[in-house]
Design a protein around this ligand. Structure first.
Ligand code: UDP
Ligand code: MN
Length: 302
């Protein structure tokens, strides 16, 4: 007889945040596209973990049931109350908000913003690995292929992330870059630089995260204070600001996933002072495996 642990290993864990949704909000349609594309293309069994508030859950449940029925496949679905999780992650949120939030102090919006940094504490013990996606994404390939990235993780890697495809961190790192001419931080990946990470797709090695004393140290107020001062860093993009700083300070902790697994479509920075360099940042030669319609950008139909 297979143990319960072995049975859980057969599921690929997928997390998504779905909150503050009403029956006519655009996020509802986006979430349906995300869920349907994932299920349509998967060749593996999925356990889908949806973080929601009570009213949004009312919308998610029939929507997901419909997607499952249409696909002819099955999927295990679990819901988590965002208010409960916010409480569990208060310590992380209060450390991070002053450095990486544009208006710190708005109760559970902030918790959502930093939730991925403590997901290993929320996820049931039997989950060893997981992936998390923004609801404004769409799959073009089998999610199994993404989980194969875990076998490429270095011995110390805790997370897997794809690059940010805009000059936002060129902007944020302006002062550091002026004091450190020639630095690759804030330069486009396409030209060999480190443009930071985008958190629309995150891979988690929960097993390593849970046992890592070092990660707890890195999350501490002293450590965040030290790192943000070193890079003159004042962010506003939540968890991905933290991943970006970690990518500079401790690159071995984050496995770099190719840009095709988070092909961002937002062009805002190309129209706001960075038209000369924007194309170098958005450049992505990899096959597109996951579209990301960030800043409310439409996703192509194919
Ligand atoms: N989100 C949500 N409710 C909201 C806003 C955001 O559940 O009101 C979740 C959703 O999964 C979304 C993610 O948070 O994809 C990140 O927000 P968004 O994708 O809008 O940010 P962007 O990628 O445009 O920066
Ligand atoms: Mn997004």
């Amino acid at each position: 007889l297979a143990s319960r642990k072995e049975i859980n290993d057969e599921y690929y864990n997928v997390w998504c945040i779905f909150t503050k949704v009403t029956s006519n909000s655009p996020l509802r349609r986006k979430f349906k596209i995300f869920t349907a594309s994932m299920l349509k293309l998967t060749s593996v069994n999925l356990a889908f973990h949806v973080i929601s508030d009570p009213a949004s859950r009312e919308i998610a449940e029939p929507l997901i049931r419909g997607v499952i029925a249409t696909s002819g496949k099955s999927m295990k679905v679990t819901y988590y109350d965002v208010h409960v999780l916010a409480k569990q992650l208060e310590d992380i949120v209060s450390t991070m908000s002053p450095y990486f939030s544009s208006n710190p102090g708005t109760y559970y919006s902030d918790a959502l913003f930093f939730l991925s940094l403590g997901l290993h504490r929320i996820a049931p013990e039997n989950q060893k690995k997981a992936a998390m996606f923004d609801a404004d994404t769409k799959f073009r390939t089998d999610i199994k292929e993404l989980f194969e990235e875990f076998s490429k993780f270095g011995p110390e890697a805790l997370f897997g992330l794809a690059p940010e495809l805009t000059p936002v961190y060129r902007h944020v790192l302006y002062l550091y870059r002026s004091k450190n001419p020639g630095t690759l931080f804030g330069e486009p990946a396409y030209l060999g630089g480190f443009p930071g990470f985008n958190s629309g797709m995150v891979l988690f090695n929960f097993e390593k995260l849970r046992e890592s004393l070092e990660y707890d140290n890195i999350l501490s107020m002293d450590s965040v204070d030290h790192m943000t001062q070193k890079y003159y860093f004042k962010g506003h993009l939540g968890d991905q600001d933290f991943y970006t700083i970690l990518g500079m300070e401790r690159p071995e902790l984050i496995h770099k996933v190719d840009c095709g697994w988070n092909r961002q479509l937002c062009t805002w920075w190309g129209e706001h002072g960075y038209s000369d360099v924007f194309a170098n940042y958005s450049h992505c030669d990899a096959r597109v495996k996951l579209w990301h319609g960030n800043c409310n950008t439409a996703i192509p139909d194919d």
